[in-house]
Design a protein around this ligand. Structure first.
Ligand SMILES: [Cu+2]
Length: 383
């Protein structure tokens, strides 16, 4: 699910700026520079700003009551964050920013997504209509966007409820658990003054801090309650429980590539990461674009030999792997029926002949996400 906050006045202004800049170019004309979608503002009847889901305003999402669904969400915005929740349904958190929790699913009441963030949920609803909303937090800021996001309609099909397993995955060693390890370098800084430690972005040749490849780095970041810290290349792990976990959404040990909550308070939040594999410039910035566009951005320069890895990973986390992942440890078993993997080839022998002239074809059923029945046959032919 792509959740996209559209700030209509802002995109209209940007489109008009584009047109003006375009028309100033040699050989330009108004006709050539016309921006066809946004420059004239919102169409009649369209809300001025809001969150769309897969391009639709407040869509209806049909599900089967008592059945577990996996929601894979990404949230895109120029600034405002959302606090998604699905009251009346059960919600479990599997992963944030594409990385599994150490133990999942984690029951949650609500999430918090600032721009660019991803979240994987499992949801199960009783029969009825359930509003999927971005709700108020206890401590709101001007950055929070509140609205009904979708309408979830759960239809009773007499499906027997079952319980999902609780599991702990084994991690690749570049995501080894770092919470008990000793950092090679600790770097304190504050997201203040429109920049990092009050300094705005100095361009691609600038460097905020030098790091060494194949080491364990800790950042102690102040003001993650007013700025959305985001780092490219290496995701980071929360190294200490934040003062307020936002109802358990943010816990020590969780991995992120973006981090923000108005409940964190201004004090330093410690995160850790390995400078793994990639040497060179690593950008970090505030994910509120009106901040980063005006300079709240900085470069970590990772020095050393490309391809180096942190030698402490296996000692820090003996379960981490470099090649073949081990099966996850299951703390409580699933009571749900085994699901044939998506795309499993289960065509019966009696499947109609699938030759097509000189081609040979194979068929397989494609299963619905709930895996109660195949949604179609997929035919692959070659020759
Ligand atoms: Cu900021």
């Amino acid at each position: 699910m792509l959740l996209m906050h559209l700030d209509m006045p802002a995109v209209t202004a940007a489109a008009r700026d584009y047109e003006a800049a375009c028309e100033a170019l040699p050989g330009a004309s108004r006709a050539k520079c016309a921006e066809g979608v946004w420059a004239n503002g919102a169409a009649a009847g369209v809300q001025t700003s809001g969150v769309l889901i897969n391009g639709v305003s407040t869509p209806r999402i049909d599900i089967v009551a008592h059945r577990w669904y996996r929601w894979r969400m990404v949230y895109v915005s120029s600034g405002p964050y959302i606090v998604p929740s699905l009251p009346g349904c059960e919600v479990g958190l599997l992963a944030k920013d594409g990385i599994y929790l150490s133990t999942a699913p984690r029951p949650i009441m609500r999430g918090l997504m600032s721009t660019g963030q991803r979240a994987d949920w499992v949801v199960r609803c009783p029969p009825g209509t359930h509003p999927f909303v971005s709700e108020p937090t206890n401590q709101t800021t001007g950055w929070m966007w509140q609205q009904q996001l979708a309408s979830v309609v759960a239809t009773d099909q007499n499906e027997a409820p079952c319980e999902l397993p609780t599991f702990a995955i084994n991690r690749p060693c570049y995501l080894a658990d770092l919470t008990a390890a000793t950092p090679d370098l600790a770097v304190p800084f504050a997201l203040v003054g429109g920049g990092f430690n009050g300094t705005t972005y100095g361009g691609p040749g600038s460097s905020f801090v030098n790091l060494t490849i194949g080491t364990l780095v800790e950042f102690a970041i102040e003001y993650v309650d007013t700025h959305a810290f985001h780092q490219h290349v290496n995701p980071f792990q929360i190294a200490a429980d934040p003062p307020d976990s936002f109802g358990g959404y943010f816990r020590k040990g969780d991995w992120h590539d973006g981090l923000f909550s108005p409940t964190f308070g201004p004090g330093p939040l410690r995160v850790r990461f390995q400078t793994d594999q990639y040497a060179g410039r690593q950008i970090m910035h505030c994910h509120f674009y009106s901040h980063s566009d005006f300079g709240q951005m900085a470069i970590s320069t990772i020095l050393g030999r490309e391809g180096s890895t942190w030698p402490g990973a296996a000692a820090a986390d003996p379960t981490c792997y470099t090649r073949t992942p081990a099966a996850p440890a299951v703390a409580s078993a699933s009571t749900c029926a085994a699901c044939p993997p998506l795309g499993t080839s289960v065509c019966p022998v009696a499947t109609p002949a699938v030759s097509n002239g000189s081609q040979s074809c194979t068929c397989r059923y494609v299963w619905s996400r709930g895996c109660s029945q195949p949604t179609g046959l997929e035919l692959t032919c070659r020759g």
